[in-house]
Design a protein around this ligand. Structure first.
Ligand SMILES: [Zn+2]
Length: 371
């Protein structure tokens, strides 16, 4: 299912809205529109003097949109600094909990990561200050309410993002500061652990005061685990090249083999897929999953060439395994033929990579001891 809509480009970066946003904009519009007096009182800002109705809900909608424009500006600040420092930003997406800028890579230079991370909260602080001044200047009670509320939102955004919990900006700054003293992967795991502790604290507070906090806690916990895992994978697998872990004796299959014979081969070799080779050239890849659409009555007549995948991606023996892993995840491939000068020299499967990862991550504990 398509869960995001692209609304346009800013600074060359595609901006996408996630469908959860519709829900949250409606919720914010409703909660502001129907509690205006209460909000004004609790924030100690002047009451706009409108009764609950069309006008109050319109103000609610304006503020809900204002919140996401504020988030967008915050994310743009991260993205522009990234791009200026040579890091490509794939997209900005706005969703339930705010914004995410997807960078092609995470800066490994701690000073650059600090720079990119800190500019988001700084821009929110600046917006907050600007909106505060406008709110104080306007004498119209509605305009004054709108700007003072936006100012509050932006200060909240800056404060929330500066919490040193991974994956928030504060957590990234913490990771970068730690990375100046220890290896990058270790710094990430430490920063992610701090993030998880915050998530648990948020969750407990949320249980008593605000259910929304439990959702945020859950999000932080998941994101922290994911980030520390993906950095570990990159760190560990980035040191391995394809030829070190590939299986060299590759069982191949001819495109003219019948599906029945292929199934027999799967049973005897206990491999679920084979590179398809004709005249020493890899022409495709066939896996057990490809037989799904073949009716039982046809397995003796249909051949491998009828069902194999031909849009395959091959690896070079010197290719970085972390790169191969990324493509496997993105394209949902289970195996990669390894080809050198047009010739099949090996094959790498998901389980080869996981096996190597398990060994290497055990060894990672001894890093720094020069083994
Ligand atoms: Zn940020």
């Amino acid at each position: 299912m398509k869960t995001s809509i692209k609304i346009g480009k800013l600074y060359g970066i595609p901006v996408k809205l996630h469908i959860t946003l519709i829900l949250i904009v409606a919720l914010i519009t409703w909660s502001i529109g129907s509690n205006m007096l209460l909000i004004a009182e609790s924030l100690r800002i002047p009451d706009p003097g409108v009764e609950t109705g069309m006008i109050s809900y319109t103000i609610g909608l304006v503020l809900a949109i204002g919140l996401f424009v504020s988030v967008l500006i915050h994310e743009m600040a991260h993205s522009i600094v990234s791009i200026k420092n040579g890091i490509n930003v794939e997209e900005i997406s706005l969703w339930l909990f705010g914004g995410i800028s997807s960078m092609e890579e995470i800066p490994k230079d701690p000073n650059l990561e600090i720079k990119i991370s800190v500019v988001g909260p700084l821009s929110s602080l600046a917006l907050g200050a600007g909106a505060f001044v406008l709110g104080m200047l306007f004498t119209d009670p509605i305009l004054s309410f709108v700007f003072l509320y936006l100012s509050f939102i932006n200060f909240l955004l800056a404060g929330f993002n500066l919490i040193p919990a991974f994956p928030m900006d504060g957590g990234r700054i913490l990771r970068a500061l730690l990375a100046k003293k220890m290896p990058y992967a270790k710094a990430t795991v430490r920063a992610a652990d701090v993030g998880k502790v915050f998530a648990v604290i948020f969750g407990i507070i949320g249980l008593f005061f605000n259910i929304f906090l439990i959702l945020i806690a859950f999000f932080i916990y998941m994101a922290a685990s994911q980030e520390s895992q993906s950095v570990m994978v990159r760190e560990v697998l980035g040191k391995v090249i394809a030829k070190n872990i590939m299986t060299k004796e590759v069982k191949t299959i001819s495109p003219d083999t019948t599906v029945a014979e292929f199934l027999k081969k799967v049973t005897t070799h206990q491999h679920t897929g084979f590179p398809v080779v004709r005249n020493d050239k890899v022409v495709g890849l066939v896996t057990l999953g490809d037989t799904k659409n073949i009716d039982e009555s046809r397995i003796r007549t249909a051949t491998v060439s009828d069902i194999m995948a031909t849009d395959i991606v091959c690896a070079h023996p010197d290719e970085d395994v972390s790169e191969i892993w990324n493509i496997m995840l993105k394209k949902q491939f289970g195996r990669f033929p390894v080809i050198k000068d047009g010739e099949l020299v090996g094959i790498i499967t998901r389980s080869d990579i996981l096996h190597s990862f398990n060994i290497l991550s055990e060894l990672e504990r001894f890093r720094g001891n020069e083994i």
